[in-house]
Design a protein. Structure first.
Length: 260
């Protein structure tokens, strides 16, 4: 593996997944396709989650309320990503929940307005993740609890890449169509790096069982969602990519909290 190319892929992945500015040299010769850069999504997820994890750690060390600290960390994370994945979750909830058929669901998902299903999905996403993080903070020291944020960010973005690879395009236009589709090698590298980094962050501080539970919950939820989307849309969109990340992150955090 060329280290320089991989570093450029990380920068491109961070730029795509967040609002964090990246150096211009990383985009030399870049054609806008993310099929190769998808392999770096888990590492990019960890980079993006460093600041939210630090906010969580500082607030816990200052003896702030755990739930308030968790919501603050998630607010910082949403600000850094521009709520990219949350937007996908809301659009998917509206389209898949209210669509009469495939075409109707896709037309709803394209609409920028949020509906009842989307609003409920967003409320549940923030509530479940925040309460799970607060539960982790009650059961573990502040640093160990803070490390859960970048760790779960790694594996949930690996799940996103797996979902992206497994399904064909549902429509010929949109963000997903413009970004290309990761190949087998990129998908395998994303999963491997996501699991490896999350193990480095979680195993020493929280133990093996919580790590295994988080990985299993992340994988199973991504598989179930991918199968559901396949039946409904027969393919992926940019919104389903975001929803896959959110659903797998929620599942992994809840499993982590329950295993401690």
């Amino acid at each position: 593996m060329n280290i320089g190319n991989y570093a450029a892929d990380i920068a491109r992945a961070v730029a795509f997944l967040s609002r964090i500015p990246m150096p211009s040299f990383a985009f030399a010769g870049f054609n806008g396709k993310l099929d190769r850069a998808a392999r770096a999504f888990p590492v990019a997820g960890a980079v993006i989650a460093v600041l939210p994890g630090l906010v969580f750690l500082v607030m816990l060390c200052l003896h702030a309320d755990r739930l308030m600290s968790a919501f603050a960390a998630l607010a910082v994370l949403a600000a850094l990503t521009g709520a990219l994945h949350e937007d996908g979750l809301a659009d998917c909830a509206d389209g898949l929940g209210g669509g009469r058929d495939r075409d109707h669901a896709l037309s709803i998902m394209k609409d920028s307005r949020i509906g009842t299903y989307g609003a409920i999905a967003l409320i549940l996403s923030f509530a479940l993740r925040a309460t799970a993080l607060a539960a982790v903070a009650r059961a573990a020291p502040p640093l160990a609890a803070a490390l859960a944020i970048p760790a779960i960010a790694c594996i949930s973005r690996g799940a996103l890449v797996w979902h992206w690879h497994r399904l064909p395009l549902a429509k010929p236009d949109g963000v997903a169509a413009a970004a290309g589709q990761p190949g087998e090698g990129a998908m395998h590298m994303a999963l491997t790096s996501g699991c490896f980094l999350s193990a480095l962050l979680l195993w020493p501080s929280l133990g093996l069982l919580p790590l295994v539970c988080a990985l299993l919950a992340c994988g199973l939820s991504a598989m179930a969602f991918t199968r559901f989307v396949s039946g409904k849309l027969a393919g992926h969109t940019g919104d389903t990519l975001g929803a896959a990340q959110q659903i797998s992150e929620i599942a992994a955090l809840c499993a982590l909290a329950m295993a401690l």
